[in-house]
Design a protein. Structure first.
Length: 51
């Protein structure tokens, strides 16, 4: 989870690229895992840094 948060904040990779780099075979699995643990989607998490 920490690696996902770092990649979302410090790279311009899209969510699919991050999911596959973390060895998720399906982007939806990554999105669901992320939302389950942080109560926000990866895209929403990333957009907070621009607010």
């Amino acid at each position: 989870m920490q690696e996902a948060k770092i990649l979302l904040k410090q790279t311009d990779w899209n969510v699919s690229e991050i999911a596959f780099s973390l060895e998720y075979t399906e982007v939806t699995h990554f999105n669901n895992f992320f939302k389950k643990h942080l109560d926000t989607t990866p895209t929403q998490f990333r957009n907070v840094r621009f607010s």
